[in-house]
Every structure is written in C-alpha cells, then in structure tokens.
Design a protein around this ligand. Structure first.
Ligand code: HEM
Length: 504
C-alpha cells in the first residue's frame, strides 16, 4: 500500500467517524426537527447546489417528505424550515416576540447594513423598535399617506404619459420596467422629498439592484471556513459598490439636510424639493436619536435606511402589478366599469372596486412576490412543534406553500379572483395572518411588512389607472409566457409586454 492510499484510507475513516458523530449529535440528542441526511462538513449544501434550481423548489419537494417543520444543514448554518400554517401562526403570532429576531449577517451584508442599522436586519430590540416606530409614524401612518397623495398623482401622470409614448414608439408596453420606475420615483420622493429626473431614478435603481445582487447568500456565507480564501475579493467588491451607493444617495441626503436647516428655502440647493420640511422620511431620521447610536444617525446610516425602503417597496409591488396584468391580458376581465369611462380613477374609488381588490388578493395568493419571509431567529433557545430551535439557527418561513397546499385552497394553481368575493373560500381571509394563517404575503406578527397598506395602494392605483385608461391585449403572435423565475422576487421569466388601446 502506498503512502497516498494510507492517507486516503485514514481520511475516509476519519470522515465516516466524524459524520456518524455529527449525524447523531445534530439531529439526535440535540432534538432538532428531522431533515434530509447531509454530507460531512457541508451538510445538505451541495445537495442543494447540485440541483441547479431555485431553493424554494428544493424546499417544496422536501416538505412533502418531512412535513411542516424540518432542518437543513447548510454548511455551518442550521436552517429550520417552517411550512405548516399552524406552526407558522404559533411562531409569528402566538409566541411572536420569541421568534421576532434576525440571524447573524454575512460580512458582505454588514458592509451595506452598517452593522444591522436597518429595520429589516436589526435584531429584535431597542434599535429595531425605534427605527420601525419612526417609519410607521413618519411614512405609513394614514395622515402621512394622505399628505403624500400628490406624490402618487405626480408619478402616475408621468407613468400614463410614458405608457402612451412607449406604445407609440415600440408598439407595445414593457409592464415591469414601467411600473418599477414609477414606484421607485414615488418612494424616492417619499424619502428625500425631491422630484428627480427619470435618468437619475434609473441610476439609483440600477445601483440598488447591484446591491441586492451582491447581498444574496454566497458560498462563504454557509462555509465561513472558506472566508479567508474566497471572500476577500468579494468583500473588496462590496466596499467598492458601497462607495457607489454612497456616491449616488449621499448627495440627496445632504441636499435634504441643507433644505431642512435652511427652514425650507428653495434656494438651499439644486434639487426640486417638493415636500415641505418635516414631510420626508429623511427629515424624521435627522431628528431621531435611536439607542446605541450616540449623537444620532450619520449620513451613511441615512443612506442605508433609505435604500432599504426603496428596495423593499419597489420590486415587491411592481411584481404584483405585472402578474395581475398578465391575468387581465390573458382573460380579458373587465374592471373599469366601476369607475365609469368619463373620469380618472381616484384613490377614494379603490375601496369600492371589489373585483379589483379580489384580483390583487388572488395575485398575492397565486404569485406571492417572495416565497419566503426574511430569515427569522429566536431570541433564545426554545422549542417549537416538539423540537429544539437553537438561538443561532435561521428560521426560514416558506409562505408560498401555505397558498399552494390543495388541502387549504381548492385548485391552488388556478387564478380565480372570485375566491375573494362574497361566498368565496377566501372572502373572510385576513391578509395579516393575525387571526390565523391562510395566506401571508406580508408576513405576520411583529415583523410583518410595516408598509403593506402602502404597497397595496401602489398596486391598486397602478392597476386601476392602467386598466381604466387602456384595453390590454397580447402582442399578436407572441402570447405572454407565465414561466416564473427568481430575481429577488418571483417574477415572469420573460417580462410581460402588451399592446394597449385607449378605451375612449
Ligand atoms: C406588495 C408589496 C409588498 C410586499 C409583498 C412586501 C412583503 C414583505 C415581506 C414578506 C416582509 C418580511 C416579513 C418578515 O420577515 O416576517 C417585508 C418586510 C418589510 N417591508 Fe415589505 N412588502 C411590500 C411593500 C413594502 C413597501 C412599499 C415598503 C416601504 C415603503 C416595505 C418595507 C418593508 C420593511 C422596512 C420591512 C422590514 C420589516 C421588519 O423587519 O421589521 N415593504 N415586506
């Protein structure tokens, strides 16, 4: 036997012993939820990677074998996956404060969150509470949403103009790109109080898209032992991108600061500051003195907090509009007659548009923009469903299964807005999941999306205006393709293009 063979034999022996021990300690005496057997060191990581398909499809298949709660060992990360509505309700609502934290972040993500100084990534504690309360009062309270009605009016007028222009130029409309631009312009204006040019908004959109790409989980996030070899380059690229993010949003923060300090003088800077002092998100952050940040928030932190809101609010809502419109294009459902042909849809009309609201809910059920919530974590070691949940584990809540499960929704693949009309199985469903979980596109409990009302308002307004003004039909000879793909949210693989005809 040669030396190499001996070494190989010893290595194999060592690994099999280690694996046996690992399997019994991880899923045995530790009493974690059951899960697929993994490989030494890497656990289930490469089994997932080798499947070469989005993680949600792997999870969808595993839940058939392992049920409503199971464990995946992703490298050095323990992931507990929840798919059952009762367990989800128990974790997020009944015992909400226990499961309301967020797990540790990768070094790359920390570059952008500045040590978790963002609502979505902050651990459950005083900083998160201060940031979230401020956001709830200053951005999404009903008074503030009403005050910012002019922003939506301005952005929608531009939107309708662009649709006509694109239809005349290209012969069709690119739904997703147009809606993203409009929603992004609304949220940027809410943040900085300024009306920016389309070019500027597109630049911000593209840098923030790069940030989202950069912060998606990568191999060293699961195997930190690789960090010294692989992640150094990644960290350098992350810092470069962070500089570009600061370069594009920093001037907006500083311009708003100057405007506030000047008491609202229009000559305080080059931007068209359309919101009065006190009305923009940045204004409230300048006044905030959150725990753990002595002296208040710095400009860099304001950039992080505004970026999170732009990212969180743009793709999610635009994705819903695109999927809803796909079904309107395919099925030619009529929703415009509620308003009448002769006037423009106002925000106040939306509540009365029962069928439109049913379409939005059915779109959120059939095409939830995200199939998982953001990762949750327990604030201390605890027990759920009879299994131990360690504090350091990632708790991943696979919400898409809740609305795909035929046991809870008949014909779940069929798009049928009538489910949400009187007499339908979804009529009484509570979108926030607080009374029980039948669907949770926005999460539930302490970490529920704080802007779910604003998000649905954007979706409703865009849909109502677009469908009221135009008839939408497929491009002749090129029917829309409903294949889905993951791009931060679950979007159409081939973005929807449609031909429009003015209704009058
Ligand atoms: C249709 C539109 C939207 C959908 C489907 C959606 C969905 C979600 C989901 C699933 C979460 C994670 C909840 C959890 O981890 O338990 C979330 C969190 C969040 N969303 Fe939304 N969202 C939408 C619109 C918006 C908008 C318009 C904004 C801001 C203007 C926003 C800001 C946030 C923030 C800041 C969080 C983090 C909350 C926290 O960790 O406490 N979202 N959203």
């Amino acid at each position: 036997m040669e030396l190499l063979d001996i070494l190989l034999l010893l290595a194999t022996l060592f690994f099999s012993l280690w694996w046996q021990r690992w399997c019994t300690t991880v899923q045995g005496p530790k009493n974690l939820p059951p899960g697929p057997p993994g490989w030494p060191i890497v656990g289930n990581l490469f089994q997932v990677i080798l499947q070469r398909r989005p993680f949600m499809y792997v999870v969808r298949d595993l839940q058939k074998a392992y049920g409503p709660i199971f464990t995946m060992m992703m490298g050095q990360k323990t992931m507990v996956i929840l798919t059952g509505p009762d367990l989800i309700h128990e974790a997020l609502v009944q015992r909400g404060s226990l499961f309301a934290s967020r797990p540790a972040e990768s070094p790359t993500r920390l570059v952008f969150s500045l040590g978790k100084c963002a609502i979505n990534s902050a651990e459950y504690g005083p900083l998160w509470r201060a940031l979230r309360r401020n956001f709830a009062a200053e951005v999404v309270s009903s008074a503030r949403v009403k005050q910012c009605g002019w922003v939506r009016k301005w952005a929608l007028e531009n939107h309708m103009g662009r649709l006509k222009e694109q239809a005349q130029g290209k012969g069709y409309v690119e739904v997703m790109a147009q809606c993203r631009l409009t929603i992004c312009s609304i949220i940027i204006c809410i943040c900085f109080g300024a009306k920016l040019s389309e070019e500027w908004i597109k630049n911000i959109e593209s840098v923030l898209k790069e940030v989202m790409l950069m912060t998606l989980p990568k191999l060293p996030d699961f195997l930190p032992i690789l960090t010294p070899i692989v992640a150094r380059g990644q960290l350098r690229r992350a810092k470069e991108l962070r500089s570009r993010q600061l370069g594009i949003l920093g001037p907006l923060v500083r311009a708003r600061k100057a405007f506030v300090e000047s008491g609202g003088s229009p000559s305080s800077g080059p931007l068209d500051m359309a919101s009065p002092v006190g009305a923009a998100y940045v204004d409230s952050l300048l006044r905030l003195d959150p725990p753990g940040r002595p002296g208040g928030l710095r400009d860099e932190e304001l950039v992080t907090l505004c970026s999170e809101v732009i990212n969180a609010g743009t793709d999610t809502s635009a994705t819903v509009v695109e999927w809803a419109l796909l079904h309107l294009v395919l099925d030619q459902r009529e929703i415009f007659d509620i308003v009448g042909k002769d006037r423009v849809v106002h925000e106040a009309d939306l509540e009365k548009m029962e069928y439109l609201n049913a379409i939005i809910k059915e779109t959120l059920r059939r095409h939830p923009p995200s199939h998982f919530l953001l990762s949750h974590a327990a604030t201390e070691d605890t027990v759920l469903g009879g299994y131990n949940i360690p504090k350091h584990a990632n708790l991943e809540i696979y919400t898409a299964w809740v609305t795909q499960d035929p046991a809870h929704w008949p014909d779940p693949e069929v798009f049928r807005p009538e489910r949400f009309l009187p007499g339908g199985e979804g009529y009484e469903v509570d979108l926030t999941g607080s009374r029980g979980v039948r669907m949770l596109p926005f999460g539930a409990g302490r970490r529920i999306c704080p802007a779910w009302g604003l998000g649905t308002l954007h979706v409703g307004l865009l849909l109502a205006r677009m469908v009221h003004a135009f008839r939408w039909v497929p491009i002749p000879g090129s029917p829309p393709d409903p294949t889905e793909t993951f791009a931060f949210t679950m979007v159409m693989k081939n973005p929807l293009k449609a031909v429009i005809f003015p209704r009058v």
